[in-house]
Design a protein around this ligand. Structure first.
Ligand code: AMP
Length: 278
């Protein structure tokens, strides 16, 4: 386990000097099967796998859930050992953002719409911490989940624009049996909300069916998405759009959703030209 960027970097450079390739899986902990699938992908493509565990305060807005975000170090340690990861990078907030830290990385355009608009500063926080993680680990490859599709687009843009010598790899969304995308935030749901939360994947499935039946109008596809929530009194749609997966503007074929189930904000997405899994 490494807690300081300099120690992490020294270790990573030692490995790479030995000809070992390094894969990085950035996480905020509370590890679940979605994280594990990225760790497995990293294992398959690299000799050394580093998992970072850091709940990044600057990607949470005021009034968001930073303080109560699920943290379970004992569980995470068991999962990480079980998965056979080679190193864990777990800096404290003070190490990551020492007093006086003032630099932020802003990805314009793709980071400004949808999640970026709903959560001002969110992607700036993500882009800043990802840049710092890449600097500390110097990975050959870094692994991100399609679950956070706009984050993927932001990180790819960031890596291209700053000429970061890292390959961005994307893993498919891991889902529960009823379709709910795994998320650390699912822990906030009570049993009734948990049932209602399946409406996100159900809406995406309906939109994919409409698309495969020939529907191409963004308005109609948006109506299909939104229609699924009319029968869900616990659900409130924040946005439902069909966008381009690189720019996150319309038109496109990636259906993206942000929905509140009770007080819990969930996101999900699906590429409509593909069959919905399950
Ligand atoms: P988080 O700990 O939520 O910041 O997530 C860490 C990484 O795991 C991010 O790249 C996420 O996109 C990815 N991830 C989260 N949930 C899933 C999931 N259900 N399936 C696949 N990857 C996921």
């Amino acid at each position: 386990m490494y807690e300081a960027p300099a120690a992490m970097l020294a270790a990573s450079r030692r490995w790479r000097a030995q000809g070992l390739e390094v894969g990085l899986v950035p996480t905020m902990g509370a590890l679940h099967a979605g994280h594990l699938s990225l760790i497995e992908a990293a294992r398959g493509e690299n000799s050394m796998v580093v998992v970072s565990v850091f709940v990044n305060p600057i990607q949470f807005g005021p009034g968001e859930d930073f303080a109560r975000y699920p943290r379970d170090p004992a569980h995470d340690a068991g999962v990480l050992i079980g998965a056979g990861v080679d190193a864990v990078y777990q800096p404290s907030v003070e190490v990551m953002y020492p007093p006086g830290s003032a630099t932020r990385v802003h990805v314009s355009g793709v980071g400004d719409s949808l999640e970026g608009a709903a959560r001002p500063g969110h992607f700036e926080g993500v882009a800043t911490v990802v840049t710092k993680l890449f600097t500390a680990v110097e990975p050959d490859r870094a692994y991100f989940g399609q679950k956070d599709a706009q984050q993927v687009a932001v990180v790819k843009r960031l890596a291209r624009d700053l000429d970061l010598p890292v390959e961005i790899r994307v893993g498919p969304t891991v889902r529960e049996e009823d379709g709910l995308a795994l998320s650390s935030r699912n822990a906030y749901l009570n049993p009734e909300e948990r049932t209602a939360a399946a409406s996100l994947s159900a809406a995406l499935r309906l939109a994919a069916a409409a698309y495969s039946a020939g529907e191409r109008s963004p308005d109609e596809l948006r109506k299909v998405l939104c229609g699924r929530f009319e029968a869900e009194p616990l659900a409130r749609v924040e946005y439902a759009e069909v966008v381009d997966p690189e720019t996150f503007t319309s038109p496109g074929t990636l259906a993206v959703l942000a929905v509140r189930i009770g007080k819990t904000r969930l996101i999900d997405n699906h590429e409509l030209s593909k069959v919905f899994p399950g």
